[in-house]
Ligand binder design. Sequence first.
Ligand SMILES: NC(=O)c1ccc[n+]([C@@H]2O[C@H](COP(=O)([O-])OP(=O)(O)OC[C@H]3O[C@@H](n4cnc5c(N)ncnc54)[C@H](O)[C@@H]3O)[C@@H](O)[C@H]2O)c1
Length: 288
Amino acid sequence: MSGSQIRKVAVLGAGLMGHGIAQVCAQTAGYDVALLDVKQEFVDRGMSMIKDSLARFVSKGALDKQKADAILTKIHPTTDLEVALEGVQLVIEAATEDPKLKLGLYRRVAEYLPPGAVLASNTSSISITLLGSATKNPENVAGMHFFNPPQLMPLIEIIRGARTSDSTVETVRAAAKQMGKETVLCKKDSPGFIVNRILIPLLNDCIRVIDEAGITVEDLDTALRYGAGWPMGPAALVDLIGLDIHVHASEALHEKLAEPRMAPPARLVRMANAGKLGRKSGEGFYRY
Ligand SMILES: NC(=O)c1ccc[n+]([C@@H]2O[C@H](COP(=O)([O-])OP(=O)(O)OC[C@H]3O[C@@H](n4cnc5c(N)ncnc54)[C@H](O)[C@@H]3O)[C@@H](O)[C@H]2O)c1
């Protein structure tokens, strides 16, 4: 299926990632979108995050108000899975990162999914092969891993499960292109895929060097910016990602790969437990 043959997409989960993915589908790809969550209040919160984001595009002069209003009319909030999946060519699942929850959801999706529709998961750490096994057609299931915030981050990692078909990979790739994104293909369903597999242990190493070399946080960031050409220092990057998200992703990777570098450094765990989550809580390595 080509990107323009897709007309309706369902996004499952209206949280941090789901609302942004729904917005990109409507705003850049021009798709009609059903945005689903388990409770009306969660769907409403997702819609209000989309409105805020569109308003920011308008205030920056990147979008005119009429277009923003037209984009909003393309997104249809719902709590009814059957309604959400009616007539879709593509489903993007961005529900809570919990294998049991997702497997239950995939079994229900399999009941209503139109024949030939592709089911793509935005999971960061759950096996695509495992998720596919909960459906009737695992060949139609792939990974479609966006980065936060989906409205601004230009990459999508596409992941092949053990039974994913070539045509499913092509449909996901075409949809990603229609959303204006760059894509990379992970041919093996491997822990952390590409970016997280590399970035998480690398950031952990950086944070460990603070104590090993007795340096300040500012010097760590200065060293990598001016000595390695990073656009942003590692401590500032962890603050942006969110310490809780990083610690969680690190633990998930460590569970699968069992290498010491994958485990979150004690300093990060202490900070996250103390509520120093980075930008979103107003304090992490830096104050905001
Ligand atoms: N946060 C990130 O930076 C990031 C980046 C890439 C991928 N991801 C992945 O995206 C997915 C969502 O993460 P998030 O950060 O948006 O989480 P979130 O907690 O902000 O949102 C998850 C949403 O899913 C909803 N949900 C739970 N069960 C559901 C169901 N059965 N049907 C529909 N909706 C349901 C929840 O109510 C919630 O609103 C996860 O798989 C995560 O690994 C997250």
